[in-house]
Design a protein around this ligand. Sequence first.
Ligand code: GTP
Ligand code: SPV
Ligand code: MN
Length: 590
Amino acid sequence: MLTHIELFINEMRELFLPDEVYVMDGTQEEAEKLVSLAEKSVVDEKVVLKKLNGQEYPNSYYHRSNPNDVARTEHLTFVCTPTKEEAGPNNNWLDPIEAKNKMNSIFKVAMKGRTMYVIPFIMGTPKSKYAKNCVQITDSVYVALSMRVMSRVGKQAIERIGTSSGFFRGIHSMGDINPDRRFIMHFPQENLVMSFGSGYGGNALLGKKCYSLRIGSYLGYKEGWLAEHMIIIGVQAPNGKITYLLGAFPSACGKTNLAMLEPVLKGYKVWTLGDDIAWINIGEEGQLYAINPEAGFFGVAPGTGIKTNPIMMETLKNDKFFPTLFTNTAVDNSNNTPWWEGLTDDEIPSDLTDWQGRKYDKNSGQPAAHPNSRFTVSIYNCPTLSPEYDNPKGVPISGIIFGGRRKSTIPLVYEAKDWNSGVFTASIIGSETTAAASGQVGTVRRDPMAMLPFCGYNMGDYFQHWLNIGKKAKKLPKIFMVNWFRKDDDGKFMWPGFRDNSRIIKWIIDRIECKVDAAECEIGLLPKIDSLDLTGLDIDKEVLEKLLKIDKNDWKKEIEMIEEFYAKFGDKIPKELKDYLLELKNKVAL
Ligand code: GTP
Ligand code: SPV
Ligand code: MN
């Protein structure tokens, strides 16, 4: 009798007709073999991987993707539930039968002349009851190697699946990398994703956004847990006590940086558990416990440097895990190292190749690295990796921080009064769009819980699910909102951000421990300026006051946008949330 994995492989072989089939075992020898193959393979007229300077960046390889394929493509991403209403206005929808027919016809014979890689992997630490079994098919060796970094690939996944049929199936082919034939189709009811025509991050590494968030959020809805676009950190205070926090920010809005924060405040230390995705269950004593289903970082390169994120720089230079990949950065030809804007403060190196493989002209007005260029590196390379990272139970959560990227309106930090008002606060998040997704950058859109592009079902039902978790859990975390990105009239960031964000984290922990008072305002609880630890920071009191200011006119405009967003969901928006909005509207109108 064939196992369900074998049956799946046979079915895929018949569909794609590859020249070869290769099942990954997850060993380092295998990774070395695949890398040397990638160094010799030409795909899309480019060598797939080039070795970088191993002295400066151990185990590191450089990859350039097609210029039409440099970010997630939300307009080509679909959630194919039996009815349109289940997917909700937050998702593009296609009838599942129609979608599958369409995909099966473009998948046909698509791997002729190629190798079909079979990637058995686990999301989550193998011993955890919260971990999930998965198999991805791909014809990209770059994707196969990336999956090795980002998840637990290999025999242990096959063993964990055994003879069962209950594993996630992810089917991916690069096709001809044509945006007109690019689709990322999700079938939540069937634990299935089909992706064609892109090799980029969230479109192609199907364990990440596709499974761990879109399918994951649907599973969480059905099974009573949450799959969220969140970091997990443990903040150690000078007395040694560690407080575990979650943080949700839209794409390219500071998660990775906060996950690796090196506090400026003496005696504080941040332990890293995850930088992008958290699965949250109600655990012992009714408290929320979180695990990171991933095993690596797929991080934004620009802006990452020794001053802003020294821990990430150390992670990238660590030689523990093979390999580390750099995608669409520039290359400094003087020493064959990756380069991006913000890596070095000093002069731009004189001999750079830009992300499209051209000699870089400093006067072009264009960046040398693509704004969404990224590194793919193992979490085990991280020097601040928490000893609890592999704890099968996860870590107990005391606070959740939400955030967005906003020039105005949203103060540096505030606290929600309780769980339900916190759910409301998260449901009204707006954020300026970034280069992490294709399309216009810098326009404000609603991005509730930083999950707009990742919630695999109707967001109205999702809000209700959040409220229900609050009713079921006995010990709920406090909820906060932050905005590191407020700008002054000259367009400069008013808050130094990065390592100085530890000052805000300290206030958050002080609030969790009921050590400081807060001031009530229209939207929640604000810090009193004298309760912020500003030791060693040169900032005017006036600037701080502005950073914490609620401008009623700004909020009137904000509420109009929120009303418009809520209206799209009709009766699906829980009454509690509508009541909070009305209450806020009345307060702001005064
Ligand atoms: P995804 O991987 O797309 O989900 O992004 P992310 O949320 O992990 O964002 P990341 O930490 O990679 O930051 C994105 C960009 O924001 C980078 O260019 C950072 O340098 C910049 N950034 C992060 N934190 C701060 C901050 O506190 N202040 C300012 N001004 N910029 C920041
Ligand atoms: C994001 O866009 O939020 C990312 C990168 O973390 S991707 O894997 O492309 O989704
Ligand atoms: Mn992300």
